[in-house]
Design a protein around this ligand. Sequence first.
Ligand SMILES: OC[C@H]1O[C@H](O[C@H]2O[C@H](CO)[C@@H](O)[C@H](O)[C@H]2O)[C@H](O)[C@@H](O)[C@@H]1O
Length: 564
Amino acid sequence: SYSCTVDDRTYSTTPLVSFLQRLQSEALKTLGPSSFDPKFYVDLPLKKDLSLTEAAFWKLPRVKGIIPEKYLRRFLEAYFDDAGDDMVYTEPEDFVPEPVEFLPKVLNPKVRVWALEVHSLWKNLSRRVSDNVKKYPERHTLLPLPEPVIIPGSRFKEVYYWDSYWIIRGLLVSKMYDTAKEIVNNLVWLVDAYGHVLNGARVYYANRSQPPLLSSMVMEIYTRTGDLEFVRKSLPSLMKEYTFWISGIHKVMIRDLHGHKHSLSRYYARWNKPRPESATIDVESASKFLNDSDKEAFYREVASTAETGWDFSSRWMSNSFDLSTLSTTSIVPVDLNTYLYKVELDIAFFAQQLGDIKTHEKFFKASKARQFAIRSIFWNAEMNQWLDYWIRSKDCEDVHQFEARNQNDRIFASNFIPMWNWKHASGLGENNIMVERILESFQKSGLLQPAGIVTSLSNNGQQWDFPNGWSPLQHLIIEGLSNSGSKAGWELAQDIAVRWIRTNYAAYNTTGAMHEKYDVKGCGKVGGGGEYKPQTGFGWSNGVVLALLEEFGWPFDRDIECRS
Ligand SMILES: OC[C@H]1O[C@H](O[C@H]2O[C@H](CO)[C@@H](O)[C@H](O)[C@H]2O)[C@H](O)[C@@H](O)[C@@H]1O
């Protein structure tokens, strides 16, 4: 893998996380792998101090090295609150059962009733950090966020970075502007404390971030509310977060065939150990590596893949069926650089609104440079798609020489994510013929399935692969298509939105829940695969359904039931 003279120091773990990880591994020995969720153990809040808890743990009886189930359960009850007890329910103050002017274009009565139910799910997912966390922070892996949040749901009991963007998109449809601002204030608090937004608000997520969408959250809120003071308060943290992504281990320089040097970014976690929330799984996956440095390199790739938000996917593997070939830190991803291009444009815009012309010019210039880089390094004119770039060179190089064969020509939904910034990202959007070619390439790609856009074409059991479709990817591509300026693009966007809304509705009717992911091979099927049981709730799916219903509406006479 790519190894350069970068500062790739790792975060140190905390005594609490080390202990909970030990408990997790002992619990697996006691309870066995069926229905075992390792995250449960590292989320347990301590009732007493760590030293007392540890002392009691070491005194537990062991039979052939294993703690009998009865003693383990008694210990858990005596020394821990339940996972999630430190995130308490709080009524969102700006929630009303039917907001004024709610989804005026949704005319079909069944869809309206359902949309109001989805809207009401914000109440189920609303939480604030308990006072106990603030009083005894050393007893919790949960971070003491200052304001209420909306969580994704089920096992994801804490705020997540990129999930929050689509949660906010939905909250804005629900006219819950204060709740939306509170989420951003929490993420800004994380930037101020750590220099970046954490993957999620747990101490064990500090070693990595997730796709950078904080500026987009601020932009969406500003567009709806016109609250310039909110922008003024957030801007310094947006600039701080930007530095995290464009420097140090995240930065990659590539020289194109004309000799231009481009500065792009990659995902790279400051971690080379098992992820605490999945440590038992990671240790097992790493067991095929014989020496410690190979194991560490593998753990680094695993954590860096969690930073991508696509954990896990054939997109990051040189062999789609072998997780041990994860190579995330050697990949310069199309989507990450699309998001950073948006960060640059957003900061330039905010600075202009605030009269800071120097900052405006600096960030506008940076956006132009990245636009040029996206076109030079990712664009593939034969496929009419944007492709991830793999750094193949073994040796440390300050600037990598572009070679066309290093673009990854496998098909992923991410190959079309630059459409999200379509009018600017490649310069291609100004040219209608190119727009039509990209649309044609998308339609022929195999990504469009009966119930939405599939993540990849590889059916390998990973959750960010075939046949799963994810709400954020649907929304990014649909929004890109609908902003393409082409009639055919808008119609395709609406077609995908209708498929996606129908499948969410059908699954909701049969299961009573909104899901984290869906199987897009057929309408009403829920997703699967990956390392944990499929989750319900679910923040970003609720947000995307509401946002799509707002954009496209639902006519009175259009059926909501599955077509096939
Ligand atoms: O516990 C395993 C992994 O779970 C998270 O990833 C998945 O859920 C997140 C919350 O909805 C979502 O943001 C991410 O895209 C999903 O793949 C977590 O983010 C990972 O860090 C964690 O290892």
